[in-house]
Design a protein around this ligand. Structure first.
Ligand SMILES: [Zn+2]
Length: 556
């Protein structure tokens, strides 16, 4: 990485070589052994040189530049093991209609109308995060027509499985009542058979042309985007991540669209956050043809696990549970592959040496996946680090098996807050068993916290807050007995996340010889009431010893 924003003093040349001591607050190290808290750390070049008391480090590094964090909490650089980097960049350049800020159809229309005012006529307006399950009725084309008749508008559903558009968008794409439902997709229609503006699953491709054919390997959001725009959006997302304290992200659904963007961003020196890619499973054969399996790459950009989908999403009612859910048991679940096909894919990947990450929500899908992975691991045991993405509803029996097999759960407690009220009404008692992180830790499972940005907020301090608080937007408790402590939540967002990325020897804790990735929270984390943790800012973010974000240029 280029030293673009290294803090510099009067003499730039010597500053480059000068050691740094961070002191004056509390340092949580996430180290596996020894005291988890320290007073100070010293950085030499891109590495952590020592951890200890201010006094000791002063003696060891008498010429070091001292950065006084003034009572703030210092953490290992935060790692988001499930974060759609490029998609987040795209969302940052479109209209945010996520709840709770947007809580009614009128709010949606208002936000889009405001965006239309500042957008030249005829240009597309995109929006993301629509969760109209929270509204009295779904949003339709007629609602969006009130926002603008001159701009094509497309509003993506929060689940990623559907979008709603206005009449202008349908006209641009040539869609009318005679347009048939494409295979694997559906157009919403009113009582008279007219399209109501809703496009589900494969039908979304009628609106936004996708550039990668992923078959039935998951939801397809790989839409057309120039390389130049992809690099801009990637950098924009990275800047936001650094401001939020993230130093490493793992994109859990990478096609050639994403990998090309990240390679080019890196080549141009515009990828300041360490990036791990999980290629989507539709590419397994191509990787096999060239003999490639992750981990492959370096500490800045690499290929990690391969991503597979088992079932659908909790929010859109397509997670596969043993007992169908919904107020009327209407959600039976959706599976992307037959059990045999999934077994063939996962086994081939395991035997090829891949670490796999399987999207799995309901207990029915999870049982299938754990069965398959158990057979594959028995056949060829190794340090596999296989991941269960989301791992929504593991039963106590599944938790024992997950622990015994050494599977990692990659969780997103933001869902418990954002959609917890719907989960409580749709799943009843079972909602309290979603993401049972306490039970998983007690059983010995490697528990990882992540965001699934842009589906939920990428801000790790919000994720940490939600893992500790386990409260819904309305304030209801959801599985309160499964709450993590602050220290457990930080570990799950640092060293355990590094373990899931096979990078725990280089990042994830503040220990000598590790890369100097450091996040300084703008406050004292231990003294902050849980509900306020999510609104704390990040004072400084360092990646490899370089200051990549500073709230106020630190006192140096
Ligand atoms: Zn995801």
């Amino acid at each position: 990485m280029q030293p673009r924003s290294r803090p510099t003093g009067s003499d730039v040349e010597t500053e480059e070589e000068r050691d740094i001591i961070l002191a004056g607050g509390r340092v949580f190290t996430s180290a596996a052994s020894g005291a988890p808290w320290a007073e100070a750390l010293a950085i030499h070049g891109d590495r952590i040189a020592a951890v200890g008391s201010s006094h000791e480090l002063r003696a060891l590094f008498p010429d070091a530049r001292r950065i006084d964090v003034e009572g703030r909490t210092v953490l290992p650089g935060l790692i988001d093991a499930h974060n759609h980097l490029l998609a987040t960049g795209e969302s940052l350049s479109s209209v945010d209609v996520r709840s709770p800020d947007v809580s009614s159809i009128e709010d949606v229309v208002d936000r889009l109308a405001t965006a239309a005012e500042g957008t030249p006529s005829g240009r597309w307006i995109g929006a993301f995060g629509l969760d109209d399950a929270k509204f009295p009725r779904p949003v339709t084309r007629a609602d969006l027509d009130r926002a603008s008749a001159e701009h094509p508008i497309s509003v993506n559903h929060v689940s990623g499985h559907g979008c709603v558009v206005n009449s202008a968008a349908m006209a641009v794409r040539g869609i009318d009542r005679d347009t048939p439902d494409p295979p694997g997709g559906q157009l919403g229609r009113d009582a008279a058979g007219e399209p109501d503006g809703l496009f589900l699953d494969a039908a979304m491709q009628l609106i936004l042309p996708v550039v990668v054919d992923i078959g039935s390997h998951g939801p397809n959001f790989h839409t057309e985007l120039s390389l130049e725009d992809s690099v801009d959006l990637t950098e924009r997302a990275c800047t936001a991540f650094l401001e939020a304290g993230l130093t490493t992200v793992c994109d859990p659904q990478v096609s050639r669209r994403e990998l090309a963007a990240y390679r080019e961003a890196r080549r141009q020196g515009r990828l300041p956050v360490r990036t791990v890619c999980m290629p989507l499973s539709h590419q397994l054969e191509e990787f096999r043809a060239v003999g490639l399996a992750g981990p492959f790459g370096d500490d800045e950009l690499s290929i990690g696990a391969m991503k597979f989908y088992a079932d659908g999403s909790l929010i859109s009612g397509t997670a596969a549970f043993t007992q169908p859910y919904g107020e009327h048991g209407e959600f039976a679940g959706l599976l992307f592959h037959s059990d045999d096909e999934l077994e063939e894919l996962l086994t081939a990947a395991h035997l090829d040496g891949w670490q796999v990450g399987v999207h799995v929500q309901g207990d029915r899908a999870m049982t299938t996946v754990v069965d398959i992975l158990e057979r594959a691991i028995r056949r060829a045991p190794r340090d596999h680090r296989h991941r269960l993405e989301h791992a929504g509803y593991p039963t106590p029996e599944l938790i024992e098996r997950i622990a015994a097999l050494g599977l990692i759960t990659v969780n997103q407690p933001n869902y418990l807050r954002d959609s917890g009220d719907e989960f409580l009404s749709r799943l009843g008692e079972r909602a309290h068993g979603l993401e049972p992180l306490r039970a998983e830790l007690d059983a010995g499972v490697a528990v990882v916290l992540s965001s699934d940005s842009d589906v939920t907020s990428y801000r790790p301090l919000e994720t940490i807050r939600n893992a500790i608080a386990r409260r819904t937007v309305s304030g209801a408790e959801i599985g309160a007995d499964q709450a993590l402590t602050l220290e457990e939540a930080i570990r799950a967002h640092t060293i355990s996340a590094a373990y899931a990325l096979r990078m725990e020897d280089r990042i994830g804790s503040i220990e000598p010889a590790k890369l100097a990735d450091v996040t300084v929270v703008d406050g004292d984390l231990e003294q902050t009431p849980v509900e306020e943790i999510g609104s704390l800012g990040v004072w400084m973010t360092m990646v490899g010893g370089l200051v990549r974000h500073a709230m106020n240029p630190p006192g140096i």
